[in-house]
Design a protein around this ligand. Sequence first.
Ligand code: ATP
Ligand code: MG
Length: 490
Amino acid sequence: MSIKLRLILSNIAMITVPIILFMITSFLLMIVFLGDIREMANFLPESHNYHKTKQEDTLFFLELKEKSAVNPVELLSKEYLESLKSELSSIDSGLMIRKNDEIFYRTEDLEKVRAEELPVFGTERSFRSLEKIGEQTFAMKQHDFYLQDGSEVSLFLMRDASPWNQFVRTFFPILFGLCLLILIATNGLLAYFVSKSIIKPINQLKKASYFIKAGDLEHSITAVRNDEIGQLTQAFEEMRLQLKQSHEIQKQYEDNRKELIAHISHDLKTPITSIKGYIEGIRDGVADTPEKRTRYIQTIYTKAVDMDHLIDELFLFSKLDLGKIPFEFERIDIKDYLTDYFEELSFDLRKQNVGLHFQFAPQGHYYVSADREKFKRVLANIINNSLKYMDKDKKELIITMHSTDKNVEISITDNGPGIPEESIPFIFNQFYRAEQSRNKLTGGSGLGLSIAKMIIEEHNGEIKLESTLNVGTNITICLPNDTCAGETIL
Ligand SMILES: Nc1ncnc2c1ncn2[C@@H]1O[C@H](COP(=O)(O)OP(=O)(O)OP(=O)(O)O)[C@@H](O)[C@H]1O
Ligand SMILES: [Mg+2]
């Protein structure tokens, strides 16, 4: 239930409960002061039309009043008064007539009532509340009139109201107090439940926000209800998750940056230390023969070339990382492109005794959108690795290609030493080199494959590596297929 609806309902309850209680109290009050609920009819505006609205006893009383005006002598005649008895008993009332302070007539049920206890002549009112007369309580109506001889006659229509009156008088304070108590309790309970359902989740949110303020992003909160606060809690939780994720990314970036600086310093420090050593050797005369000096100088040159290569790679890597290298994409037939590329390379490959095998249909065309130069860099990094790490006498390179509606897959497989399984997940990380390569004298910064990955990702493609130790390594590049409908796909 939404908070809005809850507030509306509680407001309705806060209005209706007091109204109901007020009505109950009024009802009780009426019984106390009027003796009978039916007396209410006297207050109604339609009371002038008494035949319709008035009770029997009121009508009877009005009849007596009328009689007192029209024919008071008959009214006081014994026969007439006796004839009223049945009607009186049907309205459960008794009649008393007082003439000049003396009781003139009374019905049997009013035997105990004494004349001096009755209201005095001239105190007639249109309605009268309960009247305590002697031990009893009566709901009574009084009518005063004069006879022709000047006698003062009072007519009392009386109904015993003792049991009712006793009940209400005894219980009225209790009932009234109970009504008040119910009113306070209803208001209190409504206020408690409505505020609890709002305050509890707000406190939960407050606590969660303190955790976030203190930098603890692990503290999760769950929305219990689906109301406005529930939605706020949900949004808060999503915000926390997003914040946590961006924190993790930030931390990863920070760790990467630190690692990068450590690697760069290490990879630059190593050749510089050996260059320094060789130069000291020449300066201090350790290289005392021309051959030794030439060897020293050659080593210094090789180290400088390595450094130059590393700085180039670093430069390219950081530019790719910052997204500062423009890509010039064009639609190329990747089969023709690869054939040309390997043709350029064939001389070097033959020299290194590498067997090159193409496995794709000669008549097929595979179109992709690529940056020629950057893609060449990817191929170079992959092929250079194969050539650098290949340890078999008979070296093999297999290039395969196949396409689906969505992608073109180019796969380069060598029969080199392979990569240990535990190194594969990190192979595309910057500066990562499998332990066996670090130990060998192959050189390299560990940036080649991470550069290749960045370039392929810029092409909206994917690069994967599979490798089996002592069998070989296979790298698959997956690029979006740019072959137009109607062109041959094989
Ligand atoms: N074809 C392969 N055969 C065996 N190991 C490989 C092969 N390709 C990559 N590796 C392993 O993966 C590591 C990472 O390769 P990557 O090309 O990123 O760096 P590198 O060759 O060491 O240095 P760089 O390419 O920057 O000169 C290498 O150090 C090597 O251990
Ligand atoms: Mg490499």
